[in-house]
Design a protein around this ligand. Sequence first.
Ligand SMILES: Nc1ncnc2c1ncn2[C@@H]1O[C@H](COP(=O)(O)OP(=O)(O)OP(=O)(O)O)[C@@H](O)[C@H]1O
Length: 634
Amino acid sequence: MTFPPRRIRPEAWLPVGVTALEANALKVVRSDAHRSVLAGPGAGKTELLAQRAAYLLQTGICPSPRRILAIAFKRDAARNLSSRVATRCHPGHASRLDSVTFDAFAKSLLDRFGQTLPNEWRPTSDYEIVFSTDAIIRQVLQSTSKECTNAETAARIRAINIKTFERRHVVHQRLPNSKLPLTSWQNIAAKNYWQRMLRGQKCSQLTFPMIGRLVELLLRSNDSARLAFALTYSHVFMDEFQDITPIQYDLVYTLFRSSDTILTAVGDNKQQIMRWAMAMDASFDVFEKDFGAKRVRLLNNYRSSPELVRIQHILAQALDDKAPQPESQTETMVPGDCCAVWDFTSPEEEGKCLAAFIADEIAAHNLHPRNFAILVRQKSDSYAGSLASQFAAAGLLLRNEDASVGALKIQELLTEDLSIKCMQLLRAALTRGAGTAWTNTLLTLQELEPTGFDYSDINSRRLAKLLDEFASQLAQDYPAPPSSSKAMTALIAKVIDFLGRSRMRAIYPAYAQGNWLEEVEKCITEHLQASADSKTDWGEVLDAYDGIDAIGLMTIHKSKGLEYHTIIFVGLDDRAWWNYSNDEAEATAVFFVAFTRAKQRAIFTYCSSRGQRTEIQPLYDLLTKAGVSTVQIT
Ligand SMILES: Nc1ncnc2c1ncn2[C@@H]1O[C@H](COP(=O)(O)OP(=O)(O)OP(=O)(O)O)[C@@H](O)[C@H]1O
């Protein structure tokens, strides 16, 4: 694909990389007003944002040096959008899209402006990011209740639920400019908790929700910081808007409500599976009211076959009886049932049958292991062991993407920028025919240039020469993967040194936090060492690192935003869905997310030795209503 480096007239602009967009999507792409886009799975919401970025950048409607800010909830979603834009735009345009997670965005603001917070709320500049722990909350609540002179207040504080304390009483509302007024027992407890986290140790300890609240306060009370942001960003995109928390929404509101920045929010209420993590109610309604955003619906489904879309619609109606009927834009490619429940007598039989089925499908239909995903509700470890050995017996590699390597899960490590850059460089230097890796590494070097890259030939040649020299030396020093962990550590250190540690820290703020860069470096080394196990060819090692030939096993939450030819959900039983009756709506949304990852086929397995299916009967009823049959596999 070639990208125009210069401006295109808006009326001459055409979608890039897709043949067409549905009419409503095109309207949003070209819109000059706030919009909210509600659409079902596979409707092309993320694609719409990528096209809108291309439109705004290529036409100059987002004029240099102004930028687009795209905020997502997860790193892989942020990366998904930036890589779609990178394949649709000239690098000079694509580099003006900042696609970040909410947490990274809030943290970068705290790092830049945190010291301007009022005394009462100012953290130490070397603050640490922590997760709230029951032990600290318990300790704060106990000491607060002991200090209380009023017996009733003390009793109420003692009775606070530790699990929901932070959400309900600490970060539930905007912070005041001065001290928290001690007008309620909740505020007394919250104040002591803030004190403990801000000043209880040598450096402040903050959770991401606390950071969000502090940043909202600092922007509210710092006009010039707010103005700087509004001037920087002409447009803001928010994907998966159904999952936004009140903390994140308040931050967006404070930053952009009074600015000329244009906001686009896309999402699907039926895929709201983060209520446990504070996702707000009716986020689209609130946004539309506050910003005067007009709502647009998309009706196409570019992912799933017509039959899968028909079944999806029955599930969708259980979540929203007014959900419009989407229209599949793809064809059915598989013969027979595209959805079924398979009943097994034992997990061994189940593993054997699934492995044989996938192996046959790969052979018969020219599919690839990555076309399949094994999904589980949670605790992937408890399924991985036995499935992996059955799969290995059938010549298939199953990889638990949820398994930990050091401080990260494999799936998280693979979306870490440091890991991506290191693997690209190793591929470019140590494998044959790695043209794409070479190009991407050059782009990385451009991105990491200290003064910003100017796209002159002389500069491009200078970086290409640098890379060439480094790659040749690496190939000479490491003809085969090192077998000792010491040598592997030295290799990764060398690669990161070449990219430039301080530049990585400057470009990716997460790496400027504590020793996060070194933590990720350790994970990369550990995972590469494991991937190199008894292999002598660099190509095979790097493929193993990326899991290129492996079938991924992951939780439904981790599968969000992804798509596969075939998904196999293992364990449609009460034990896996143990909290089904606590929040039926959310559980049904989780089920909907799993089902809608499939392009061509969705299979659910059940094994009586793992649990009953009484509690989750409503999920089975939905499948039955859609005409999905249950097959006893013997
Ligand atoms: N206009 C289009 N033409 C062709 N294919 C498209 C179009 N829009 C999206 N797609 C493809 O359809 C699939 C789903 O798109 P996308 O991931 O953007 O959907 P989504 O609405 O964000 O999905 P979900 O909410 O389920 O994660 C992707 O493979 C994408 O490349």
